[in-house]
Design a protein around this ligand. Structure first.
Ligand SMILES: Cc1ncc(COP(=O)(O)O)c(C=O)c1O
Length: 387
């Protein structure tokens, strides 16, 4: 039986594989980026209510109207131009579907798309679905700074788009104004489309503010802004994301979304309106908790000899294990991660997973810390066994 050429190099997602190994070995799962604490009660109640009140059929394909209206209002203020919920906002099944829809909408077979690495595991498969060639531009430890010259050097006559994730998974970087201006120059001077992934836009540390790349004057007409509700509201299983884009780009994304998934789950879209109406207190206390989790995680890791820059945003630490005082510190990151889950009872993700360029990401593993304080304390105790 023949299967499609386009999936011939696909393998099981290593992140989901590590979650599977965590379950098999009854290990603490710091691999996949999802909370082990519960969703806010108000949201669970809103979802139950939405189901009980009969919101159980397809929503409009672009998304439940009050949710689109709310998003249009928010993004009008974030991006600085007047969004029409009937044209510029599309609710998708998570950022995962949003990225697929965006790439399918703008890429032709043979086009190239620049992906800043380390990168979320899904971007390369999304590019391949569209028949495009992903072109990696690495950023590196210890500071993971984005170098516009490297980006510019990766552009060829076939380059059509660039993906930018900020706040960044897995490095924890929040790209600053200088880096974003550099990106904008590369995008505009080469007539590219910018596809952003801003799923961690509410998780920023030490007083940082999120800069929406699509709000930069020069990028307004050529940015597909992608974000979602999975992380901010601890609802990764609800599968809610969205695409915000100017008229022409939005019109291209919408039919792809329609034919891929028809619509995101209707009752959960209804409940999501309640999430977007949460008072500022919700965000303040979520962020205070994440600060504490980040600091705890950094403390635990530094005590055993891991080295890593403190995340500026998102909820991961990409930590170098070279100085951990164990013989296994000489191993490559896949072997080290498998040993961690089997022997230390902690599942993490090998750094190499986030790079397609050989030679990058080895000697590091990613810890996800959207976890209960108890879970992080227990992880700290497990790690002490390395000393
Ligand atoms: C950068 C990034 N983009 C997208 C996703 C997936 O988002 P969603 O749950 O909305 O599909 C994740 C999940 O970890 C992520 O880290």
């Amino acid at each position: 039986m023949q299967t499609a050429q386009r999936i011939s190099n696909f393998r099981e997602s290593v992140i989901r594989m590590m979650t599977r190994l965590a379950i098999e070995h009854n290990a603490i799962n710091l691999s996949q980026g999802f909370p082990d604490f519960d969703t806010p009660l108000a949201l669970k109640e809103a979802a139950v209510k939405a189901i009980m009140e009969g919101n159980n059929q397809y929503s409009p394909t672009w998304g439940y109207t009050p949710l689109r209206e709310k998003l249009a209002e928010l993004y009008t203020s974030y991006l600085g131009w007047q969004l029409d919920p009937n044209q510029h906002v599309t609710v998708t099944c998570g950022v995962t579907e949003a990225m697929n829809s965006a790439m399918l909408a703008v890429l032709n077979p043979g086009d190239e798309i620049i992906i800043v690495e380390p990168a979320h595991e899904n971007y390369i498969p999304s590019a391949i679905f569209a028949g495009a060639t992903p072109v990696a531009v690495p950023i590196e430890a210890p500071d993971y700074r984005l170098d516009p010259e490297r980006l510019a050097a990766a552009v060829t006559p076939r380059t059509r788009a660039l993906v930018l994730n900020t706040p960044h998974n897995p490095s924890g970087r929040v790209f600053d104004a200088e880096e974003l201006t550099g990106v904008a120059d590369v995008v505009t001077s080469n007539d590219l489309v910018l596809i952003t992934d801003e799923i961690y836009d509410h998780i920023l540390y030490d007083g940082r503010q999120h800069v929406f790349p699509g709000a930069l004057e020069s990028l307004r007409d050529r940015t597909i802004t992608v974000s979602g509700l999975s992380k901010t509201y601890a609802i990764t299983g609800w599968r809610l994301g969205y695409v915000v884009a100017p008229t022409q780009l939005s019109a291209a994304v919408r039919p792809v979304h329609d034919f891929l998934t028809v619509c995101a789950p209707t009752p959960l879209q209804v409940a999501a309106v309640a999430a977007l109406d949460f008072p500022q207190d919700y965000y303040d206390s979520m962020l205070a908790d994440y600060h504490q989790r980040r600091d705890m995680t950094m403390d635990i890791l530094r005590k055993v000899g891991f080295t890593a820059p403190a995340p500026e945003g998102a909820y991961y630490v990409l930590a170098d294990y070279t100085d951990v005082p164990i013989p296994q510190a000489a191993w490559d990151s896949m072997r080290f991660a498998v040993w961690m889950v089997e022997e230390m009872g902690i599942a993490v993700v090998p750094g190499t997973v986030f790079y397609s360029v050989p030679g990058y990401g080895d000697r590091s593993v990613r810890f996800a810390f959207p976890k209960r304080f108890d879970t992080l304390r227990a992880a700290g105790e497990h790690l002490q066994r390395m000393l």
